[in-house]
Write a protein of this length. Structure first.
Length: 374
């Protein structure tokens, strides 16, 4: 382990509240498409032309206000037409906003992570209207230089710049349509999430200001996790079973050879998150074993090791059939494996064996069964 002044580190952590930034994910994050430019352009185009006026005007007014500030060009639309993937002689413009009466146009080239290799000059010349009536927008995540051949014709606007201006004028709570309220809020979250890569937030700033101590804290995190992993392995070894799972906050202790779907789970989420100096021991059921939970309850409800426990969460393929919580002091943590093994033998040994034999009468568990004896 790297030499660390633990007293100094403890003093630092006790005197400083580490800022954290919690991101609100949207639907595009869930489907892993937040950086898809086509989807992104389609969403902008939809909001610019939807039937909900407060949304449409917020997006359009925010854009035209930024354009006016950067170019002194004023764009007002009386008959709005918004299209995506607008074909030109050599390519496609991501978003084109036109007024069908005054023939004014905003040409938007949308770039998120892709390199700019589009012929912006060709896009500009394709619209044969007065220069005063059109403007090109290079929409990017971070500030981007405008190519020299279209300098003065195109301007750079960042996604966050546009969305921030929208948020200043659009009151989300005034959107009556619940679905659209969700869509707009999701899109705001997505743009903020993909834009934070280029923004210095408080967490990043705190790191650079305290890099040495934060790195030391990370070393202790690795050591803590390493210790707990070895303790899980030691508990399984003492019981003659194996471990399953990769999350530091829980570990299954199971019979891998017999592939049993009933096992002991140790949950240390409170301990590893710093919420509480405690842990849970769980008799857990998976897959078809979970489907028999009511049958097991009826058969074992009078068992002495059933009555002092409670039913935990049940989700998807698993069910925490019986749960018991325990406290542990920091001074006892160096004996974690020994203490947890003892609790399993005292509080779960009989009912665990009997449930296994009830569900799997054909399986031979003699290899480890005696290890659960007190």
């Amino acid at each position: 382990m790297t030499n660390i002044d633990l007293d100094k580190l403890q003093s630092f952590l006790s005197q400083n509240e580490i800022p954290t930034v919690k991101q609100q994910i949207g639907f595009l994050e869930l489907i892993k498409k937040p950086h898809n430019e086509t989807i992104n352009s389609n969403i902008y185009a939809h909001f610019l032309s939807c039937n909900i006026n407060i949304i449409k005007h917020a997006f359009l007014d925010a854009l035209t206000s930024i354009i006016e500030e950067k170019t002194n060009k004023v764009f007002r639309f009386s008959m709005l037409d918004v299209r995506t993937e607008y074909p030109t002689n050599t390519g496609r413009i991501d978003i084109v906003i036109q007024d069908l009466i005054s023939h004014k146009a905003i040409l938007i080239e949308n770039k998120i992570y892709h390199r700019l290799d589009n012929d912006l000059k060709e896009y500009w010349n394709f619209f044969t209207i007065d220069d005063a009536n059109k403007v090109g927008v290079l929409l990017t995540l971070k500030p981007h230089d405008i190519p020299s051949d279209v300098f003065g014709k195109f301007i750079n606007i960042t996604h966050w710049e546009w969305i921030s201006a929208v948020k200043e004028t659009l009151d989300i709570n005034s959107i009556k349509d619940k679905a659209y309220k969700l869509y707009v809020n999701d899109f705001f979250n997505t743009i903020e999430n993909i834009s934070t890569t280029y923004k210095m937030n408080e967490s990043a700033k705190f790191f650079f200001e305290n890099a040495s101590q934060v790195n030391n804290a990370n070393v202790t995190l690795v050591e803590g996790h390493s210790y707990l992993n070895t303790q899980y392995e030691l508990i399984a070894e003492k019981l003659g079973l194996q471990t399953y799972g990769s999350d530091i906050s829980w570990r299954n202790i199971w019979d891998e050879e017999n592939r049993l779907d009933t096992f002991i789970t140790i949950v240390t989420e409170d301990l590893t998150s710093g919420k509480d100096a405690g842990y849970k021991i769980v008799l857990e059921l998976m897959r078809k074993d979970k489907d028999r939970v009511y049958e097991l309850s009826a058969n074992f409800q009078e068992h002495p090791q059933y009555k002092d426990k409670y039913r935990g969460i049940s989700h998807g393929m698993f069910c925490h059939f019986l749960v018991k919580e325990y406290k542990i002091s920091l001074n006892e943590l160096d004996q974690f494996a020994e203490i947890v093994e003892r609790n399993i033998k005292n509080d779960f040994n009989q009912i665990f064996i009997e449930v296994i034999e009830y569900l799997y009468p054909e399986k031979d568990i003699r290899r480890w069964k005696q290890n659960f004896s007190n």
